[in-house]
Design a binder for this molecule. Structure first.
Ligand SMILES: Cc1ncc(COP(=O)(O)O)c(C=O)c1O
Length: 397
């Protein structure tokens, strides 16, 4: 049977690896199992979601416009301008914004748009942080590029070291994925870093994809974004795309609603690609999206609830396992020396499922896997569950 060999080359999904590790292990604890491996928001989405969906039920029989309705795109552009204090007129809803079904699909498709068969006669590279969101690797590999995993360690501030990327890799680069706030470590790229990345993209002629889907969940200051950085560099959006989603901002992962914004030449091509490759976002969902991008109250509440979870974690774990409070996102990235062994112990002795850091990362030749020492813990459950679970963790680790 003919099968695309690129598909066969994809690494196992981190969650299948986790099932392989833990399914044969029977927890000795009778306490309720805690699924802390998966980064799925557990807060209720705001009540307006169900109400607006119902109010627009007469729209289910219509084919939605593939790039998003003008109203949806305007709501996204207005949110970007408010969130990042962008100069008036910098983001034009029609030219710079495109709807997507959550960001997963769009992040996967970006290399299908950007990777040419060769770059200067050689195999193009797609760069990504290591650890990485699995979809980056899938998108790069299926587009025929050579994925390059840039180790993100404590020493690099948990972001790729831009100054250490070899010239040859940059010269062949077609696309570079950055994630800020980063999943899993919660590191935030500052404006200077983002500007440097944009200038690299312009100098070496590649597409900079900035995954900002955790940007509304932060400890202190709102994380800056790549569009901020574009504004500081004079306002042009050349070579830059940012990806945003309602999954985390509005605890609406099941809604499948987000957007891409940036360079109008790329947005036009992306719209062309999506018109073949991606389903339209249903009109009732777009109506909900307009309301959710337009409301900050539910986002402030959401953020405050995540802060309380980190307070609880800090109180109990502070000073152990290299605990730090991430600048953004909702994961703990704990240094337990051997992430796989700790995940097994936590499941066997405390019925807590966490993700070994190594499952989200590659081992580069001659280097240690940058996730090897760590576990990723999703802080998404209610306060009482988190407190009880943290005490269980302390008991067994
Ligand atoms: C880093 C990162 N990017 C993108 C996504 C995709 O989210 P969605 O498709 O729900 O917008 C996720 C989901 O967990 C993620 O962790």
């Amino acid at each position: 049977m003919p099968i695309n060999p690129r598909l066969e080359r994809l690494a196992d999904n981190p969650f299948s690896k986790l099932r392989e590790l833990l399914d044969p292990v029977q927890p000795r604890s009778n306490e309720p199992a805690l699924p802390w491996a998966v980064g799925e928001p557990q807060h209720e989405p705001p009540p307006m979601l169900a109400r607006i969906l119902a109010e627009n039920s007469h729209l289910w029989n219509r084919y939605p416009p593939p790039p998003g309705t003008p109203e949806y795109r305007k709501a996204c552009a207005a949110w970007l301008a408010r969130r990042y204090r962008l100069p008036a007129g910098m983001i034009d809803a029609e030219r710079h914004v495109l709807i997507c079904d959550g960001t997963k699909e769009a992040l996967f498709l970006a290399p299908q748009m950007a990777v040419p068969p060769d770059k200067n006669g050689r195999v193009p590279t797609v760069l990504m942080p290591n650890p990485y969101y699995n979809v980056y690797n899938g998108g790069a590999t299926l587009a025929g590029a050579e994925p390059v995993y840039l180790d993100c360690t404590k020493e690099t501030g948990f972001l790729p070291d831009l100054d250490a990327i070899p010239e040859d890799i940059l010269a062949r680069c077609a696309l570079f994925y950055l994630c800020s706030p980063a999943n899993p470590q919660g590191a935030v790229a500052d404006l200077a870093y983002l500007k440097e990345a944009i200038l690299l993209a312009r100098a070496y002629d590649f597409v900079l994809v900035v995954d900002e889907c955790y940007c509304e969940i932060y400890s202190d200051a709102p994380p800056p974004g790549a569009l901020d950085a574009c504004a500081e560099l004079g306002g042009a959006l050349d070579q830059v795309l940012v990806f945003h989603s309602l999954s985390k901002r509005s605890s609406a992962a099941g809604l499948r609603c987000g957007f891409v914004a940036g360079d109008p030449r790329l947005i036009e091509r992306f719209a062309h690609l999506r018109s073949y490759a991606a389903p339209q976002v249903p009109l009732p969902v777009q109506e909900v999206g307009i309301a959710l991008w337009g409301d900050e109250d539910h986002v402030d509440e959401n953020r405050a609830r995540y802060r309380r979870k980190f307070d609880i974690a800090e109180n109990l774990l502070g000073g152990r396992f290299g605990f730090y409070r991430p600048a953004g996102g909702f994961f703990l990235w704990l240094d337990v020396e051997d992430g796989e062994a700790a995940a097994r112990t936590l499941w066997r002795e405390a019925a807590i499922r966490v993700l070994p850091g190594a499952y989200t990362a590659r081992t580069n030749p001659g280097c240690e896997n940058p996730g090897q020492r760590y576990i990723r813990v999703a802080l998404v459950h209610d306060d009482a569950t988190i407190e009880a679970g943290m005490r269980r963790m302390l008991r067994v680790l």
